[in-house]
Design a protein around this ligand. Structure first.
Ligand SMILES: [Zn+2]
Length: 139
């Protein structure tokens, strides 16, 4: 696949992804709802080694994720756009809304549906898990 570029609303932070995406998913956990402003979190799982920041210095906020383990939420300090989460492990969940063109990246899994709001839409045609999936998401 070709390179994916993205960044924040004001343009202060830019990144590039050169590795193939591992999965595209939707996280409904309560902490992600804070990160998005209420909706679920639409993300592409990206190998950390395949993402570089090409402009700016994003800020980090550390808090417990849905699993209880700390993760960093990476965002633009100027405009507040949520960009990337940084959990333990080899993958970054990169927020689809921060990509220049996320139109072709359709989610293939829903997770943490136990914390979804009653009005979140969960695609009945996709695998859904009340918490993290029992195995790594399919590639
Ligand atoms: Zn910004």
């Amino acid at each position: 696949m070709s390179k994916i570029e993205g960044g924040c609303a004001c343009g202060a932070v830019r990144y590039e992804i050169t590795a193939p995406l591992v999965a595209v998913g939707v996280c409904h956990c309560r902490q992600c709802q804070y990160g998005t402003g209420g909706g679920p979190n639409y993300v592409a799982l990206t190998p950390k080694a395949g993402l570089v920041f090409t402009k700016g210095e994003p800020k980090r906020y550390t808090s417990p994720g849905g699993s209880g383990q700390d993760l960093d939420r990476i965002f633009c300090a100027d405009c507040g756009t949520p960009l990337i989460s940084d959990p333990a492990g080899p993958l970054y969940p990169v927020k689809l809304g921060s990509m220049d063109d996320p139109s072709a990246l359709s989610p293939n899994i829903h997770i943490w549906t136990s914390e979804a709001q009653p009005w979140h839409r969960i695609d009945p045609g996709l695998p859904a898990f009340p918490q993290n999936p029992p195995q790594p998401p399919p590639s």
